[in-house]
Structure formats: structure tokens, C-alpha cells
Design a protein around this ligand. Structure first.
Ligand code: ZN
Ligand code: ZN
Length: 248
């Protein structure tokens, strides 16, 4: 089915079953202006390499050790309501129309940081989760961004090589171990390329770093990681766990 027919289908669906804004419940919109204006954008000062706000850093940022293969890592906003509600609605309640609203935030960063890339790829989902969920949320976002900026969206560049459990609820060290050497890249596709890799939420950056390591080992030149939201450290782990503890 071509995109126009799909969009027409969504348009008719919206008439039959009007959507609710996931942030405030407003009837008729997938994401409203009021909630968009309440998004907690991450603003300077933050670490030039990993984008971590200085207010969250205990001492000096140690990202040269924790994400050595990522040339740049940025998230648009903090993972807090109403944005976290929109991401949750997109990911777990399959509101695919939100992909366009959420990719707007990626597009905004792409322009703001004057990024230059050859291809755009998603953080891959493992096969079991892909079967359960039926789609890769990072893939929908990456595809939408690729269309907005006119770059190739590539799905065959990076693969999961083994099963990993969800990162939600794990500590920083557990997250690192969970995704270590869990990815492999295709040299014929990534060699000498500048690559933009997309995810929905960044917590410690461990997943993005594991992807970047595999891509660099396969010959990629520059890796920039972009995500919509950055989870906040809390007394009990990270805000991706605390806001929706059952959404593993
Ligand atoms: Zn709203
Ligand atoms: Zn840093």
C-alpha cells in the first residue's frame, strides 16, 4: 500500500475513532500544541560530547570513557510528562501517527547541530521483541527523519547478534554488560560512512555506544546518536523505569 493510501486510511480512522492527545487527553489530536509547548527541552550548559546537562553531573563528565565510539550524543528533551506519555503511547499503544510529531524533535536537533550524515539507521530491536511489538519504534522515527532531511534510511547496516533483556530497570553497569558486543555491522554498507543512529529514549547511552562500537569496527567514520528524550537518574534507577514500571 502506498503512503498516500495509508495516510488516507489514518485520516478516515481519525474521523471514526478520534484520537486523544497522550499528554492532556484533548480529543481530536495525536499531539497538541499545549503539550508540545510543555516539553522540557534540554538546553545548555551541557557536555559537548554526550549532551548530559551539567546539573546532572556529579563531577566532570566521564563520557570519554563510557561512550568512546560515539562522536556525538544528543537528546531533545528530558523523559518527563507530557513527552514521556507521547513516547509511551507511540511505543506501547501503537499510535503510529505520533511518529511524525516525535520525529519533529529529531529534525529540530539535526538542524540545530548542523549535522551532516550519509545514512540514517535505527537502533535495531531483537527479533523476539520485534515479533511481540510488531514494529521497531526507532525505525519509524529514523525513517520519518530520513524523509524530512532527504537522506537514505538504511535497515541492513546493523544487527543484534544475541538476545538482550530490556534495559529498563537495570543499573548503569548492568546496562553496559547487557548490550556489550550485542551488535554487528555490515562493512559493505557502513565503511567510511557518517552515520546518524536513532533511538526513542537514551538513559546511560550504553545501547548507543554498543551500536557505535560495532559500526566503527566495521569501518564507519563518524557516529552521531540522536534520541527524543533522556531519562533522568532517580533514587530508584532512571525515570524510564519509574514513570512506567510495567512497560518492560
Ligand atoms: Zn495535549
Ligand atoms: Zn559527557
Amino acid at each position: 500500500m502506498n503512503l498516500h493510501l495509508i495516510n488516507l486510511g489514518y485520516g478516515l480512522l481519525d474521523l471514526l475513532f478520534p484520537p486523544n492527545c497522550p499528554g492532556c487527553g484533548l480529543l481530536g489530536l495525536h499531539w497538541c500544541e499545549h503539550c508540545h509547548n510543555k516539553v522540557n527541552k534540554i538546553t545548555p550548559p551541557f557536555c559537548e560530547h554526550c549532551g548530559n546537562p551539567q546539573s546532572l553531573q556529579l563531577k566532570r563528565c566521564d563520557c570519554s570513557q563510557t561512550i568512546p565510539h560515539l562522536d556525538l550524543l544528543r537528546s531533545y528533551a528530558f523523559y518527563l510528562p507530557p513527552l514521556s506519555s507521547a513516547i509511551h503511547q507511540f511505543k506501547y499503544n501503537r499510535d503510529f501517527m505520533l511518529a511524525n510529531s516525535l520525529a519533529f524533535y529529531l529534525h529540530n536537533m539535526y538542524n540545530e547541530y548542523k549535522l551532516e550524515s550519509d545514512i540514517i539507521i535505527p537502533v535495531p530491536l531483537n527479533k523476539k521483541r520485534l515479533r511481540e511489538r510488531g514494529f521497531n519504534q526507532a525505525g519509524l522515527l529514523a525513517n520519518n527523519l530520513a524523509k524530512k532531511v532527504g537522506l537514505p534510511y538504511v535497515t541492513q547496516a546493523l544487527f543484534r547478534t544475541r538476545k538482550t533483556r530490556s534495559q529498563v530497570g537495570l543499573s548503569r553497569l548492568e546496562r553496559l554488560a547487557n548490550v556489550q558486543d550485542a551488535f554487528s555491522a555490515t562493512p559493505a554498507i557502513v565503511e567510511d560512512k557518517r552515520i546518524l543512529i536513532i533511538d526513542d529514549v537514551t538513559t546511560t547511552g550504553a545501547t548507543m555506544e554498543a551500536c557505535a562500537k560495532a559500526l566503527k569496527e566495521a569501518g564507519a567514520k563518524v557516529i552521531v546518536g540522536l534520541s527524543i528524550a533522556r531519562a533522568l537518574p532517580t533514587s530508584n534507577g532512571f525515570s524510564d523505569h519509574e514513570i512506567y514500571p510495567t512497560s518492560v
